[in-house]
Design a protein around this ligand. Sequence first.
Ligand SMILES: Cc1ncc(COP(=O)(O)O)c(C=O)c1O
Length: 374
Amino acid sequence: MTAMNLPGELNPSVRLLMGPGPSNIHWRVYRALATPVIGHLDPEFIVMMDEISNMLRAVFQTENRLTIPMSGTGSSGMETCFVNVVEPGDKVVIGVNGVFGERMADVASRCGAEVVRIDEQWGRVIDPGRICDALGKHSDARLFAVVHAETSTGIMQPLEEVGSFLRERDTLFLVDTVTSLGGCELKVDDWGIDLCYSGTQKCLSVPPGLSPVTLSDKALEVLRNRGTEVQSWYLDLNMIARYWGEERVYHHTAPVSMLYALREALRIVLEEGLEQRFERHRMAGEYLQTGFGELGWALFAEEGRRLPMLTSVVLPRGLEDGATRRRLLDEYGIEVGGGLGETKGKIWRVGLMGETARKENADTLLSALREIWG
Ligand SMILES: Cc1ncc(COP(=O)(O)O)c(C=O)c1O
């Protein structure tokens, strides 16, 4: 047998993570990840599961019983929300103004839905009045889905008007909060949201790998009354709810260490306080956006609708996208994100999420750019 040439011990560089996620991780979350693993049905672990659900309810601002982290990244939460309430032939209305709205339309059509799109130019919000008009016309729609914080463009979609429009109707309201949860106001119950999913690697500052989801009673009613089986075995909430609920029936082996990490991160979020955390994101984002203005870089997203946790900036003429991002990484240890889809090569996406959302990090990037770009 030939001896295998083993790679050296793992030793990744220290990075300031200012891309669209993951964000930097608090040392307490790393410590939680290094805590000894116990069984996913251990009575001590079951107590932790309840603690996680309770803290997720506080962060989502909901009383929803079914509020749990799915095993998988944000896209698993997206699929969970669609596959559980959409049956082949259902009409689904989707707001599309960026990559993640497109992804939702793709997921819905793979569920066999008839997809009705409400398209808007990237970087602009979809007018809520326009959405309500479309939903009035498509009153037979199973659900309306939209992205709260479009990470591909940096805009924040207003949700309240659509939520109150749908409250007394049969159509469910599904919202992607992968980038917004823990970084800005999000009131699942007050805003009439029925299905909501997020990710751990953005404003919660947990490594990627879990997707918190929450479903209202109205959404659970639709799930209960399905005429067909949920297409995905792994994401079927009927079965997963029996593991997270009273019965504790094994479905799949829970990712124990990731759940430790989420538990610790939620403790950090709630110790800080939601309002204080949102304010920290708001101040850091505003500071960075003002800084880009002083450098003479234009912002991509519509004014007044910009996300605090993700700033999209138009690259100045002559600046080389890939080479400059590589220089930031190699010489300054800073990661920023490039454009996605139609904005590739035209914009950067700069994150100030969770632990990273601090003015001093904005300063570090701005002074590096001053050195590189003058
Ligand atoms: C708004 C939004 N939705 C969905 C996703 C997909 O999440 P993931 O890449 O964790 O699967 C992302 C990831 O960046 C996102 O920003």
